[in-house]
Design a protein around this ligand. Sequence first.
Ligand code: KMT
Ligand code: NI
Length: 179
Amino acid sequence: MVQAWYWDGAAGDPRRPHRAQPSRPVSLEQLRRLGILYWKLDPDKYENDLELEKIRRERNYSWMDIITICEEKLPDYEEKIKMFYEEHLHLDDEIRYVLDGSGYFDVRDDEDRWIRIFVEKGDLITLPAGIYHRFTVDEQNYVKAMRLFVGQPVWTAYNRPADHLEARKQYLTFLAQSA
Ligand code: KMT
Ligand code: NI
């Protein structure tokens, strides 16, 4: 089960859990209302997994690669880590399947509060186009993830504010309807 909670808003190392106190957990149902999709899969058989193939076929997640985020393996590590944690949106869904390690996706809820989603080995998560979000590794400093994409990937991140973009407007329309 995916673990998610409201972020505490405290300064300091983003790699720490930053759980609001008292804790305010967030359910899968709440995440779904924000347009976030989640599956739990067996990451040890990702190269030959019918369940994964089915999801990819049904949702047209045709493109994929694998990224390893750790200081030794990722070129320009510090710079990329900083970019991942800048609040931004994309024109397309951000789809990640965690094969090893773990980290945090922070997403804005419908009242602009940060929800922190802990993703670990076996978690496949889709953040909808137009949602403001950011990512950080946790204190393990290590995550290996499959990046999936509908068609040819476009990695452009639009840092906030990006409210003029059509993807943002469409997402806000979606939010209003799903409330
Ligand atoms: C991104 O775009 O934020 C990343 O690829 C990092 C997260 S991968 C679990
Ligand atoms: Ni992103």
